[in-house]
Ligand binder design. Structure first.
Ligand code: SAM
Length: 274
């Protein structure tokens, strides 16, 4: 049965507030699973199972799938679509209400996140996983095209920001494919894109201090980095400027020109001289 007919038969009504734009095209769903590089050895965590179309494709390739879904009204269609798979667990609830420890205990080992993310919580979900996860090896997500461009942006561009640096610190984001709005049911107002972020630690720094430094650097985009750091870390502008110079940059540099590696070096200098 067609997904649209199944949803109608189950009396399902789309909830705009949950970002419910579903995918039904089999080729596109297969392409996302292939973008994520899912194999039979993988445990996959999906955020937002919807009508289970991506979940079913994932279940066909992965060892195990844990699929979160906030909307209880999707229980019936999900049971119909996923009933034939013995390797899928559906967890009903808001993924943001689960601690990383709870999610990682469910996964029980390394896992990949694959999701067509609900638009209204794209950034918090991505930040939660790339900043807090210990065992996530990669994250392949469908997001608004503009967010995908931000994730894969280069320093000193207008798209470059805190989320870019966080993704780059985790390992780096790769823009995989553009997906036109017409591929969704119902169609949203913007085009989307698939992005993959792989864990690949190329440089080290205290994670908590790194996040604080980056957050301060982007808190006031028009100000120079020393002003941002002084305000964000509670130190004098002179001290901030001296630390920036010690990390190899001009004291008048702007935060948006620094790469994740530059921020890691700066974080280490700050840590050693606080
Ligand atoms: N994976 C399906 C697909 O590709 O067709 C659905 C994707 S749809 C863009 C996002 C899904 O996430 C919706 O089913 C929505 O109900 C669910 N969702 C929204 N907020 C959520 C949250 N906080 N936690 C878990 N699921 C959520």
């Amino acid at each position: 049965m067609e997904i649209k007919d199944l949803l109608r038969e189950c009396g399902f009504r789309f909830e705009k507030k949950f970002g419910q734009n579903f995918l039904t095209d089999g080729n596109l769903l297969s392409a996302i699973v292939s973008d994520a590089g899912v194999t039979a050895e993988d445990t996959v965590v999906e955020i937002g199972a919807g009508a289970g179309t991506l979940t079913a494709k994932l279940a066909g390739s992965a060892g195990r799938v844990i699929a979160f879904e906030i909307d209880e009204n999707l229980r019936k269609p999900l049971a119909a679509v996923l009933g034939r798979f013995g390797n899928v667990e559906t967890v009903f609830g808001d993924v943001m209400d689960f601690s990383m420890e709870e999610i990682e205990n469910m996964a029980g080992g390394p896992y990949k996140v694959v999701a067509n993310l609900p638009y209204y919580i794209t950034t918090p979900v991505i930040m939660k996983f790339i900043e807090q996860s210990r065992r996530m090896t990669s994250m392949t997500v469908m997001v608004q095209k503009e967010v995908a461009e931000r994730l894969a942006a280069k320093p000193a561009t207008k798209e470059y920001g805190r989320i870019t640096v966080a993704a780059d610190f985790f390992g780096g984001a790769v823009y995989k494919r553009t997906v036109p709005r017409s591929m969704f049911y119902p169609a949203p107002n913007v085009d989307s894109a698939v992005v993959r972020i792989d864990r690949n630690k190329r440089f080290d720094a205290d994670g908590e201090l790194f996040r604080k430094v980056v957050k301060s650097a982007f808190a006031m985009r028009r100000k120079i980095l020393s002003t941002c750091l002084a305000s964000g870390l509670g130190m004098s502008k002179e001290k901030a400027a001296a630390l920036i110079e010690m990390s190899g940059h001009s004291p008048s540099v702007r935060g948006e020109t620094l790469s994740a590696e530059d921020f890691a070096v700066l974080t280490n200098v700050i840590k050693n001289n606080m």
